[in-house]
Design a protein around this ligand. Structure first.
Ligand code: AMP
Ligand code: ZN
Length: 488
């Protein structure tokens, strides 16, 4: 099984991915906060997570991919400041928090589905796992990492020696972090809430009983509790946007390892941001582009997937309509190439049948060394920190390689697409089928006539036949066993 190498934020280097259990990967990717539509920047991590899961699966790993849905507890500021994002939207719209969550969760899966993002193995909602969160907080408390203040329960970061390692943060610097807007109950600015009982909202709809009083969980605890529930107390990969490094993931590590007393996650993957001309695209500012905005402007969702795959996930990506136009043009050319190859493959298999020879190779037969070379290059590039731009170049190289039969190129392209998710195997021609049987019969007839002409030393007729067939896209190959034809 090929080893995949990934850039691990924990340690800041590309490392071999060594699974905890050989052949199996447990992978958790932070999911959406469902208080609004996902903007196109939010979709970048989900394309990455999907591509990672697809690639690992293609390489032969048994992948369990878990994604949470944040429907409680995420305040506008990641450091426990501002309003609860869900509650705020519910109040503005005059709906219940559950109605808001349901609506935007459905919208999220509609968008991800349109982008060929496969549904993770487990999708779990925060509101359905409050029991697991309470149980985990109890363990953190029992191990001495918490304090109560103002009715809330906080994690004391000074009790956790490795705090900030992921983000290369020093506790001393964190202590000096601005105290502006800081929750006055906190001893240190970096401390974070595990459980709130004192809500800023009088009519907080979502409250649960707990040993610390009726209230609701802090945002970070959900990812620790749900990932451990579905993947165990130690697992392989945790992913999310780069913005999660200094706070959300730093706090997830602290509370998880404080609860269990051992290492939690081995590899941390973070995607860089999609940026706009005017800077950061933000969901809470309300000014953002959604997938539907792109669709309304005439693009297909997979044009945007192609656009994202064209950049490495660790590079910032500037969104522009010009960039999207070129992704669309490339995807269109790709579709046309696949169609042309499909037609040629169909034609050749038909011609082979007419001639009574073996069918052209398909995916189930041994690959030629040239086809294997392209597939190896493709897998190596994905296995090198998921280089999707190089993988796309390999796909193009394969499709343009004249040494491959159409059927074989098609089979390998479809195999590559298991990782890329561009829907290549579903591309069907929309034009009427070409008269392939007629062409094959004509070629067979003219090849036979040419053999007779050559025997009679009528070389000008033989040459004329070669030219005639060339004009129809058929080339002749003279060999020891006679002449054969193939599509150019
Ligand atoms: P949210 O739904 O706000 O919790 O964010 C969902 C995911 O989108 C998180 O993993 C964020 O890190 C990520 N994210 C937010 N903005 C961007 C952006 N502009 N580009 C890429 N990822 C982003
Ligand atoms: Zn998370």
């Amino acid at each position: 099984m090929r080893t995949i190498r990934l850039f691990n934020t924990l340690g800041r280097e590309v490392q071999d991915l060594v699974p905890l259990v050989p052949g199996r990967i447990g992978f958790y990717g932070c999911g959406p906060t469902v208080y609004n539509y996902a903007h196109i920047g939010n979709l970048r991590p989900y394309v990455l997570h999907d591509t990672l899961a697809r690639t690992l699966t293609l390489l032969g790993y048994d992948v369990t991919h878990v994604m949470n849905i944040t429907d409680v507890g995420h305040l506008a500021g990641d450091v426990d400041t501002g309003e609860d994002k869900m509650v705020k939207t519910a109040q503005e719209r005059g709906k219940s928090v559950y109605e808001i969550a349901e609506f935007y969760t459905a919208a999220f899966f509609k968008d991800t589905g349109r982008m060929n993002i496969r549904r993770p193995t487990v999708v779990c909602k925060a509101t359905e796992h409050v029991g697991e969160m309470v149980a985990l907080i109890k363990r953190i408390e029992a191990n001495g990492f918490t304090y109560s203040a103002g009715g809330n329960l906080y994690f004391d970061v000074t009790r956790f020696p490795g705090y900030g390692e992921l983000a290369l943060l020093k506790l001393e610097d964190l202590k000096a972090r601005a105290r502006v807007d800081m929750d006055p109950n906190k001893k240190n600015p970096a401390d974070f809430a595990l459980w709130f009982t004192k809500s800023k909202f009088e009519n907080q709809a979502m409250v649960w009983d707990s040993p610390w009083g009726r209230g609701y969980p802090g945002w970070h605890i959900e990812c620790s509790a749900m990932s451990m529930k579905y993947l165990g107390e130690q697992f392989d990969i945790h992913a999310g946007g780069i913005d999660h490094v200094p706070i959300h993931h730093t706090n997830e590590i602290a509370q998880s390892e404080a609860a269990t007393g051992h290492k939690w996650v081995n590899y941390w993957m973070h995607n860089e941001f999609l940026v706009m001309d005017k800077g950061k695209m933000s969901k809470s500012s309300g000014s953002f582009l959604t997938l539907q905005t792109l669709v309304d402007a005439g693009y297909e969702p997979l044009d945007y997937r192609y656009f994202l795959l064209g950049a490495h996930y660790r590079s910032q990506l500037q969104f522009s309509y010009e960039g999207l136009d070129s992704a669309r043009a490339s995807r269109k050319a790709l579709g046309e190439r696949i169609l042309a190859i499909k037609e040629k493959a169909a034609l050749e298999s038909h011609a082979n049948k007419l001639r009574g020879t073996m069918a052209a190779p398909s995916g189930s037969e041994p690959r030629s060394s040239q086809a294997q070379k392209w597939l190896d290059a493709f897998l190596d590039d994905l296995a090198t920190d998921l280089s999707t731009p190089r993988a796309l170049a390999d796909l193009w190289g394969l499709l343009k390689d004249p040494a491959l039969s159409p059927a074989e190129a098609l089979a390998v392209a479809c195999e590559m697409d298991l990782a890329l998710g561009l829907g290549l195997s579903e591309i069907e021609k929309t034009v009427a089928p070409v008269a392939d049987a007629g062409l094959a019969a004509l070629a067979d007839g003219l090849v036979a006539e040419r053999a007779l002409a050559k025997k009679a030393k009528d070389f000008s007729r033989a040459d004329a036949i070669r030219l005639e067939l060339k004009g129809k896209g058929i080339v002749l190959e003279d060999g020891a066993g006679g002449t054969t034809w193939k599509l150019a």
